[in-house]
Structure formats: structure tokens, C-alpha cells
Design a protein around this ligand. Sequence first.
Ligand code: BG6
Length: 526
Amino acid sequence: MNIDDSTYCRLDTSRFSPEPALFFVFGASGDLASRKIFPALYDLYLEHQLPQDLLMIGVARREYGTKQFRELLHDACVAHSRHRSEALHDEAWSDFSGRIFYLRNDVEDADSYGAIRKLVVERDRGALAGLSPDARLPENTLYYLAVTPELFPLIAEHLGRSGCGSDASAKGWRRLVVEKPYGKDQQSAARLTESLHRWFEERDIYRIDHYLGKEAVQNLLHFRFANTIFEPVWNRNYIDRIEITVAEQDGIGTRGGYYDGFGAARDMLQNHLTQLLCLTVMEPPASLSPEHIRDEKVKVLRAIPEYSDAQILARARRGQYVSGVSAGGNTVPDYRAEQKVRPDSTTETYASLTLSVENWRFSGVPITLRTGKALAEKYSEIVLYFKRPPTALFAALCGDLLAPNSLTVRIQPDEGIWLSFNAKVPGEPAIRSNSLRFSYREVADYFPEAYERLILDALSGDSTLFIRADESELAWRLIDRLEAAWAGARPDASPREGGLFRYPAGTALKVLREQIEEPSRLEGGG
Ligand code: BG6
């Protein structure tokens, strides 16, 4: 790594270091477990980041034995680990997989929580067949719920009733990690929180938003608050507008059953894009403690105006893809012909919303959140466009040809920061926009996946990168307003009046924006 040691400051994270635990993965036979969770655990193991003595216990309904489960995970890690291009070293794999066990459990059946109770509460090693006599049984417990969200309350309840929930008198901690979607609207999210709170304290609940685990997203706070030169211009006096984009090339594939009931606003705007918004515009927190950081994010959400139906419709756009050719040259079916999608569905696969955050710093600055599937490009980024220089000198001569300065925080795929500025063209009496580019991949050998970070943080008790109950509900409040306005709009109305625009799969985002978004420069907060 190319680091100048005299400027390398290792942050003191001793408050938070990953602790050994019984790491239960509910939904262990599912996609998330095999594509993300276990490969991330394996990568952490290879990087020597996993605490010694961690025991991983897959929980699912299928009739596997531990041996068969380990074999399945071997294939999953070969396919999805960050180290997949290297052969899985037999010795490393055998040590890592020796800490993996399988417990068959019907999550809906209270009786099947007996073995979990034996391990967690009675500390009976016999409940883990094959556990080596010299292995230590950790006192801490983490339950990772990688199951369909309808099961979250039920699993929490069964765990709680078996005495396995939060317990201040227990020796170790007990944490619950829950995946998205967290509710489908504000009311259901609040209900879910209420039912989890019956068995787990809020401080023990870790709601995942995997965008927060991405390195370039974590860097937002470092970039803003570890430098002097950006923060003075990070406000309404200098920033003209902000655009936050997550563009995806894939259609919905086999996820129609879930997606058709959600759509782009609930699937992406409510969580990933709103989180990016909060980190971009929040005030400096009083300290780097998780609660101080999350308090500032909540203040951002509170400062978004309560738009009326007409206001929010004018600020939003929705689209749905029709058959087309993807960037990779494959034919993508019409969204309405995708598996498990209703043939008359009006679910949006593209959504944008231009809002403002009416606080002292950003009042009146238009901030656009946009995301879409089956587009020509795949990237995620935040762009801050600065105001133009005064209309004198070069600006007087060039007018609109003088590009505004912009700062791009590129989240993926080519993580980095780009600053654009105008400079003279050598040998010509001309000005052109250029950029300074910082690329993360050029300065880092170790680039963990989001799930690695999040798993380590949950094992460390650092909830900074997880969503607090109030954040989730406030984000839903905004999306609920949008959904209610769309529900009342005719799908065949114009895009500005909430109509559903149909775009061919493979459409370039720029083209789509020109057709439906512009003019999206909405002034003021009202
Ligand atoms: C998920 C959404 O949360 O994020 C998916 O449910 C989406 O629809 C995905 O494709 C995008 O994540 P990433 O990390 O690939 O940008």
C-alpha cells in the first residue's frame, strides 16, 4: 500500500472490537447466506479479522447435516468469496469450516428453539453435535435473520419466549441483525419495531442497510470532517444542487414476487438513497459515537418538508421498463412479463424525487435522488454541483459553456472522488473542464465487501452503520407520501403529474432523464 507513514493515522477503535460469539444465521440455506454472509465470514477469516472462538451456526428447515452444510458452503465460498480467484486452501478451509455447524429448525415451531436455548441459556455444549472438546463456547450471541421479513417478529418472539432474547442479567450480549426490507411503510415498520422491542432492546437491534457498509460510503464522513477545504463550501451559498444516483443494468430477474409489491421507491429510495442523502448533508456530529452520528441523520430527515400530493408529484418521476436489449446484448422481457409480476402492474422500476432539506445549511438546494433498473449503465454516485462564478471575466465570455465545478463521490464500481474545475487549454485561447481524480483501488490492497464491515461491526457493538428505529420510520414517512400521491395519480398521466413512463430496457440514463426528468430543477422548499 502506498501510504506516507507520517500522515497515516490509525483511529482508536479499541472501544469496538469484534468479540467471540455464537453466530446464528437463520435462513442458512437461502441465497443471502450463501452469496453474502458466509463468503464474507470466510473472507474475514482469511484476513485474520474474525475473533478466535467464533462459532457459526446455520439454522434452516432443510434436512442437512453439518457435514453436508459445510460442503454447500465450500461451493458458495468458491463462487462468491472475495478470494474466489485463489484456490480455497485446504488447511484454511478446514479450520474455518470446523467452526460451522448446522441446526435443523422450523422457525415457525416453538419447540424447535429448544436446541438454541440449550446452547445460549443452558450453555450445553452437547447441543452442537461434533463440537470439539477443547473449543470454547462463547458467551455472546448474535442472531442474523436472513429470512423473509414476515418471519422477523415470529423468530424474535420464539427466541424471546425461550429466554434467548436481550437479557441484562446474562453474562454476554445478545444481538439481533435484521435485513431489509424493514417494513413496507411507516406503520408496518413501527409495528415491526414494537414487536422486536418486546424481546430485544433497541441497542441490541442491528438493522442492515448494506450501502452503509460500502467503503466509499463510509468515507463520506471522513472526507467531509477530516478536511478543512470542503466543509466551508458545503452549503447553500456554494452548492447549486445535489444529485444522488444508483443506476442498475439488471432487470428484476427472478425477484418479481417481492419486487412487484415494492417498486423502486420502497426498494431503494427509502433506504440506500436516503442514507446517502443523510450522510451528504448532515451537520458534523458532536462526536464519532454511533448515537451522535445517527442523531444528525435523523435531523436531516426531519428537515424534509411535508409535501402535498401536487408538490410531491411535480418533484417525482416514475417509470417502468418494457422489453429491450440490455447493455450486455441480452433481450430483457417487458417488466409485466417477468415471473411473478402482475400483467397490469404499475409498479415502478425507475423512480426519482427532487426534495430539499430545509435546515440552515441547505435550505432551498434541490437534491435529486434517482434509481432505476434495466438501464444502460451501472453505477452509484453523489454529485455536488457548485454555483457558477460571477458573470464577469471568463464567465461573461463563455456563458453556459463554462462548466460549474462539481465534486463526485463515486460509490461504485470505480470507487473514488473526482473534482472538476476549469483550466486553460494549452496552446489555445480556450477553457475546458478537467478533473482531479482520486481512485480508491489505487491506494488500497485490502478492499472489504460491505457485508464484511457490517458483520464485524455487529460483533463489535458498533451500530454506526446500522439504521435506528426512528431513522427507518422517518424515511418511510417520506416514501409513504410519495406512494400515496402516485396511488392517486393516473398511470397514463404525464410524467410531471405522476404518470408511469415506459422505457425500453437498456435505455441510457441521460436519455431517460431528458425525456421525463427535465426540467427537474425545482426551486424552494414548498
Ligand atoms: C438491494 C435491492 O437492497 O440493493 C436491490 O433490494 C438492488 O433491488 C441492490 O439491486 C443494489 O445493491 P448494490 O450493492 O448491487 O448496488
